[in-house]
Design a binder for this molecule. Structure first.
Ligand code: MTE
Length: 318
């Protein structure tokens, strides 16, 4: 059953706080000396200093995936987030700091040779870490450029050893309503779930993220492990994953379950296909605060267009 209500990213763009106001607030804070007080507060990513995987960073940058846009400052990326488990606004980073990320168990199940339950710290040390610069485009029409660290999703697939009849990879976020109080809002279909096809999982761009900005990824950004699929709208890039399931049934994702007419399975970026309530033609680049044209597949056509040939009858965008 779909209950209609206002969600954070559903507000029309003209009603959302303009980024200029958001940035001015930061500048005013800094200029007034309040910035100094703020410096004494805990900051997202600070736990990285004691993270048991800190020695793995920075990982070598893979120069194949460098891009033309300026990197979004870390201070923006760690404090301007969508993470509904901790609230429907962008400023969830402090609430997210409460997430206990050690120990962190990851389960791999479904259509696999043998179910695996592994500790994240063990898993990451089996994987070839590298840094990639990727564009990150939210369905709300803002974008960032992020230096992610992680490993190809195809490496996880290899490790999992799925059976031949696995067609999809379903991913699930933790369930901890006492810590992530957004999960007490029972009208959302928790836990957050996402899914991709095996072909998408094995595409070279599909990236398991464990770090960003040369250190373990901040909790607000999905520590200790999330995915990033740069050619799709950001909601497909599920955070703080605890379970990977190989299946022959197409997973119904969190947003698809809430609003199937607005959020589909594929959700590939396309400036020509508007969201039912706003245009996707342009996006606000949070690094520069400029509005720039959105590109088909977020500029990654050469890598992913082949995945969708012969599927013209499907709703590939949104
Ligand atoms: N994953 C979980 N578990 N919960 C969420 O609310 N939000 C999604 C995605 N992954 C979300 C999530 C959305 S809408 C976006 S745009 C991106 O995370 C935001 O990632 P960022 O905060 O690192 O920019």
């Amino acid at each position: 059953m779909y209950v209609k209500r206002q969600r954070g990213w559903e507000i029309p763009e003209r009603l959302a706080t303009p980024e200029s106001v958001y940035f001015n607030r930061r500048q005013i804070l800094a200029a007034s000396g309040l910035g100094l007080a703020a410096a004494a507060l805990p900051r997202p990513g600070r736990a990285a200093e004691t993270d048991p995987t800190a020695d793995l960073y920075p990982a070598p940058r893979n120069s194949k995936y460098t891009i033309e846009r300026p990197v979004t400052p870390e201070s923006i990326n760690t404090t301007y987030n969508n993470f509904y488990e901790f609230g429907t606004q962008k400023d969830i980073w402090e609430a997210a700091e409460a997430l206990p990320i050690r120990p962190w168990e990851v389960k791999i199940d479904g259509l696999v040779e043998k179910e695996i339950t592994t500790d994240f710290d063990t898993l990451i040390r089996r994987m070839p870490l590298e840094e990639r610069l990727y564009r990150h485009r939210c369905v709300e029409a803002w974008s960032m450029t992020v230096p992610w660290t992680g490993f190809p999703v195809s490496e996880l697939v290899k490790y999992a050893n799925p059976l031949g009849d696995a067609q999809y990879l379903r991913m699930e976020t933790f369930m901890m309503p006492d810590v992530a109080t957004g999960q007490k809002q029972i009208w959302y279909p928790w836990p957050y779930v996402e899914g991709i096809t095996m072909a998408e999982a094995n595409n070279e761009l599909a990236f398991m993220v464990t770090g960003a900005y040369g250190k373990p990824v901040a909790k607000s950004m999905g520590a200790p492990i999330r995915i990033h699929l740069p050619w799709k709208y950001g909601f497909k890039s599920i955070k703080s994953i605890v379970r990977f399931t190989f299946t022959d049934e197409r997973p119904v994702s969190f947003w698809e379950e809430l609003g199937p007419s607005e959020y589909g399975f594929w959700a590939n970026v396309n400036p020509e296909v508007a969201h039912p309530r706003w245009s996707q033609a342009t996006e606000r680049d949070l690094a520069t605060n400029e509005r720039i044209p959105t590109r088909l597949y977020n500029g990654y056509t050469e890598y992913v267009a082949d995945l969708y040939t012969g599927m013209e009858d499907q709703r590939l965008f949104m």
